[in-house]
Structures are given as C-alpha cells and as structure tokens.
Design a protein around this ligand. Sequence first.
Ligand code: NAD
Length: 468
Amino acid sequence: MSDFSMTIAGKSTDTGASFGVINPATGGVFAQAPECTREQLDAAMQSAAEAFTTWRKDDARRRQALQDCAAAITNQVGELAPILTQEQGKPLAKAMEEIMGAAFWFQFTSTLEIPVEVLQDDATSRIEVRRRPLGVVAAITPWNFPLILASWKIAPALLAGNTMVLKPSPFTPLSTLKLGQILRDVLPPGVLNVVSGGDALGAWMTSHPVPRKISFTGSVATGKKVAAAAAPDLKRLTLELGGNDPAIILPDVDPKAVAQKVFWGAFENCGQICSAIKRVYVPEKLYQPVVDELAALAREVKVGNGMEDGTQIGPLNNKPQFERVKELVADAKKAGARVVAGGEPVGGDGYFFKPTIVADIADGARLVDEEQFGPALPIVRYKDVDEAIEKANATHFGLSGSVWSNDTARATEIAKQLDCGTAWVNQHLAILPQTPFGGAKWSGIGVENGTWGLLGFTEIQTVNVAKS
Ligand code: NAD
C-alpha cells in the first residue's frame, strides 16, 4: 500500500502522529493516515487564504483546471479504486464507478455558468446582481462515498473562485489523501488542501477564523454541532445530512417487475447511502408478494470482500455502524417483527451483515423511525395511500422518497406530496450533476449540484450604477 500524506500549500506534509485505517472486510488495520496538528491546520487555512487572492481572478483558468482534475482522476482510477475498496468496503467495480463519477462531476461542473442578472439598464441606472466567491471553504465528508461527495464540493467551490481545506472521515481518509496528492500537479498551491484526523479536526475547522463557508456532509447529530460552530462567526453553511427515505408502492404494481429496482434502491453500497430507500410502504393486497420478491433477492445476492470478483455487497464500513444495524434488527425482532431474510452477521472478522428483510413491522419501531444506514429493510403495510403519505412524512427527515406505480401521473401527484428534497417516480437514487440535491427538515440546509449547488459557494453582490 502506498504512502498517504496530507496536501498543504501544494506540498506533501508529514506529521509525527498517525492513526490506523481498518479494512472493514478483515477488521484489521491495513494502513496509516496522518493526524493533522493544529499548527498544520493553520498552515492549510493560511495557504488557502493566500491562494484565494489570485485564484478568484481568472475564470477561464479555473474552468480549465477542473477539466484537468477530471483527466487526472480518470488516469489514476486504477490506483485509487483498490484504496477506496479497502478502506470503505464497496466492491471494486463500484469503487471505479464512484471515481469515474467524481471525474464526471468535475467535467460537468466545468461547463456551468454563474449568471449575472441585469435588473435595470436605462438612462437612470444599471443594476446588476452578481455573484462573488466567499473565500476559504472548510469541507467535511463522511465515509460512505468519500470521493464522489468530495467532488460535489471541490468542483463547484473552486469553479466559483473559492479555495478549500478538505477533511475526509477518519474511517476513509486514504482515497481523499490520494486525491489531494494526484491534484497537487494540477491545481496551484493552496487551492485545495487535504488534511486528515479525527472528529476533533472537523470541530477545529468549523470554529477556525479563516473559512467563510462550511460545506458539510454527514449525520444530523454532527450537522447540528457544525451549525452551532458556524454561528458565532456567521459562516455560510451547506449541510447535507441523513435521511430515512420512504418508498411507497401503489396497488397497481407488479411486485416482480419492481423488486430489483426497489431492492437496489435500498441495498446499494450496503445500504449506506443517505438517500437509499430505508422503509417501504406496501398496500395490504401486495404485501406478501412484495416481501417474498425482496427476500428472494436478499438471499441470492453475493456478499463478500469487495476485492473479490463477483461481490455485489461488501461489509458495513465500520464497527459502530455494524453494531448499530445489529441492534436495530435485534430491536425489531424483540418487538415481534418477522425477519424474512438475513437478520444476522455473516460471521468472521469483517463487518459483514446478511441483507435483511423485515416484515410485520410498523411505524414506531426503531428500524422504521430511525436511519439504519445499513442492509436491513423494513416493509410496512398500509390500507390507503393517504395513510402511507402521512407516515412517510411523519419524520424529522426529508431527504428523498419515491412512489412506484404503472400510472405515472398519479404517482407524480403523490410524489409531490412527500416532504422531501428529491421525489422520484419508479426509480430511486437517480442523482445527477445537473439536478439540485438537498434535504428538507433535518436532512439539510441548502443544496449541492447543478447551478443551484454552484451558487451555494457564492454570495450576491448588487452593483447599482447611477447614470445621471
Ligand atoms: P458523521 O456526522 O459522524 O461524520 C461526518 C464527518 O464529520 C466526518 O468527517 C467526521 O470526522 C466529521 N465530524 C465529526 N464530528 C464533527 C464535529 N463536531 N465538527 C465537525 N466535523 C465533525 O457522519 P458519518 O457517520 O461519517 O456519515 C454517515 C451520515 O452521513 C449518515 O447520516 C448519512 O445519511 C449522511 N450522509 C448524507 C449525505 C447527503 O448528501 N445528504 C450523503 C452521505 C451521507
């Protein structure tokens, strides 16, 4: 395994201390990551602040730089993918998909324009609404998609003229550190700094005096701490937080026809996706067939080490998350729910949990009400669709949701009633670089992606020129 160093002011930065990174497929430490000191964080912030003074000035250069980033990432997919698989757990093919997705995000974002709106231009005055970069962005990412989620921040922040200090999760620091190393040759020093460390480093970043914006993806609990840390300095904030996405199946659906899509909407990345399906609402008459179809898929899917050919679902990423899924499934069993497939760890040293379908469970059970963020899916009965909509919305979460039907017009009307940032019809997890993505209620503040996400890395300046 190669060396991993932080990138500060465009250079490799050594630290005295390091921490072990665990491969979730083995439960053992397989590499070390640097532990950033406060002085090094200050140096990273300082270099980002210095780089900002010139980086903000040349739009064409920034656009080209994003395209160069896309090319550099694409060139290094072979090196990055095994690192990502070993630290995160996902199958190698999925790691490649994530990396190519990140490259695509850079490429796509390089084509976006920041609009200048002219409100008035006559003999009296010219009034323009313009967008300015904010300055240094502190970016903090979680462990489920370290590279694609970093690209959602880096590409738009840099295009808008900001510079960045980026911190990955302590569970998955290596692929992001490697990304920083790869982009050292592409970006001017200080434009993108990558530091690694524990949760305390995140807290130092959010209370640091230099950044003017925090772009955070992670849990609701941490998001609230980040918001509180941003308040004294009135730092701008984008929060992409957790979800408890409902999928509502309407009575006209053929269970066989939708089962694959619903299954992978829930179990992709071992269920560790903020906007994965986390609960399914099924009408009484389709209940058993839907449960049977999903359970059959759960039993046949190949769970294993992401480095092995044919693996479809890897382990959970870390021990606390593995314990949490175990606990939520045990709680459901205790309350009388029926485990139709899975329901227990695979066994061995890694954090493998059998894909689990839980039936005869209702709202009020922790597995339904909380974000499980893992491979255990509750299937809930409903009598009429209004009841399903009400239950879907009876939560603090509001990231996304989906409605499934042969009648797309009716499904669309129902989807629009979901209190969430993205409502899908006959699909789930369709996330695109051109569409805004963000959460209602506790699932977030602001959005990422598309022009809307780009504008989140700017602030408005009204320029009002008197002509007479
Ligand atoms: P987490 O909140 O524990 O950690 C996220 C990041 O925050 C990590 O880098 C962590 O080191 C850092 N951090 C921890 N404490 C901090 C503090 N006090 N101040 C600043 N930073 C701090 O989340 P996680 O367990 O890594 O990720 C899983 C969560 O992320 C789930 O809830 C999931 O739904 C959510 N998520 C949301 C999106 C989205 O786009 N909405 C995408 C992916 C994941």
